[in-house]
Ligand binder design. Structure first.
Ligand SMILES: NC(=O)c1ccc[n+]([C@@H]2O[C@H](COP(=O)([O-])OP(=O)(O)OC[C@H]3O[C@@H](n4cnc5c(N)ncnc54)[C@H](OP(=O)(O)O)[C@@H]3O)[C@@H](O)[C@H]2O)c1
Length: 319
């Protein structure tokens, strides 16, 4: 069980390296060494929901309270209210709880709807009631995926699968009940916690001679460490922002770079062939967006974003 964590005295390890460095210009880089001054302030008391997942587990060490599904179910408003009554003083909530499995959402519709649409609405109601800032994570899957140009926050949304529909409904419900909340859309998140394509790919590179990967779907990969830094930096903002590392890739292109980088770093790789395939080769109960790469100009007014290649290099070299 993951009970409240207590106040974290200092940032450690991987996450510490990810926090801002104030370089040359005015924009904080999210690849630096020092925690932002605000994280040291006494009034920052963060509650992370969905704290056992890929993003949630990367945020835990910044949190005063970190809860998983078993401790607090975000679909139950009474549970949320009870938690803040028993744990007063929360200044910020980051909602990392979701049904993030695209295929799973298609076949477990009611569960996906409750967690992805009703959950953020509940957190919106709660955060408004107690005057707490709320950051909610959303996805590139709110876009139709058929427009072949980088997507701005203001571009039309129209998901092509049920996961995307539930995430879009969550955004809309949240904005209705708490217009001061921040919705951070992200895409194709990778890192060392949870299950994700890049962590699996690393295993495959070490075990399989041949790997087949899609080469007709494109998005912008996001290193979870950079996402965490962006969440912390943006935590007092409101409205919708898109965030991902710089650079568009298909999974095939990503794997080619990863193989090269792993070899350069002396990581043993057995894969001899990476074969490009159409998405239709891989059976799925639903469609996926063909092109869902963000335009991140809006958030780049507030922070600097490094390339996914640079982020991947760091991911591979951190033990
Ligand atoms: N991963 C990606 O590539 C990606 C891309 C775009 C957007 N996003 C968004 O980023 C956010 C975080 O995604 P992630 O990859 O970290 O997902 P994840 O690894 O699947 O983690 C989600 C967590 O949500 C928790 N959860 C499920 N139902 C819950 C409930 N009713 N109440 C409380 N917690 C519940 C689960 O907790 P338990 O383990 O305790 O059951 C799980 O650990 C999501 O909003 C997702 O839509 C992710």
């Amino acid at each position: 069980m993951n009970g409240p964590l207590g106040v974290i005295p200092a940032l450690q390890g991987r996450a510490k390296r990810a926090i801002y460095q104030f370089t040359g210009g005015n924009l904080p880089s999210i690849t630096g060494a020092d925690p932002p001054p605000l994280l040291k302030q006494e009034f920052f008391k963060l509650w992370v929901t969905g704290a056992n997942g890929l993003v949630g587990s990367a945020l835990r060490e910044h949190a005063t309270f970190a809860t998983g599904h078993r401790e607090v179910d975000i679909t139950d408003l009474a549970q949320l209210r009870l938690f803040v009554k028993e744990h007063p003083g929360v200044t910020h909530i980051v909602n990392c709880a979701a049904i993030a499995g695209v295929d799973f959402s298609e076949t477990h519709r009611e569960e996906a709807f409750q967690v992805n649409a009703v959950g953020p609405e509940n957190l919106g109601i709660l955060s408004r009631e107690i005057g707490t800032h709320l950051v909610h994570l959303s996805t590139d899957y709110v876009y139709p995926g058929s427009v072949h140009r980088p997507l701005k926050e203001t571009d039309p949304v129209s998901p092509c699968n049920y996961y995307g529909e539930t995430k879009l409904e969550g955004e809309r419900r949240l904005q209705r009940v708490n217009p001061s909340a921040l919705i951070l859309r992200t895409s194709w998140v990778f890192g060392s916690g949870g299950t994700n394509f890049v962590a699996k790919l690393l295993q495959m590179l070490q075990q399989q001679e041949e790997i087949l990967l899609t080469n007709d779907h494109w998005s912008r990969p996001t290193y979870v460490v950079d996402l965490v830094a962006a969440i912390l930096h943006m935590r007092d903002e409101k409205g919708i922002y898109n965030f991902a590392n710089q650079g568009v890739a298909s999974k095939y292109e990503f794997a080619l770079t990863m193989r090269e980088e792993a070899l350069a770093q002396g990581i043993p790789v057995v894969t001899k062939r990476i074969v490009p395939m159409p998405g239709s080769h891989f059976p799925s109960p639903c469609q996926r967006p063909v092109y869902s790469a963000f335009d991140t100009e809006k958030i780049e007014q507030k922070l600097f974003i490094r390339s996914w290649q640079e982020a991947l290099r760091e991911f591979l070299c951190v033990p």
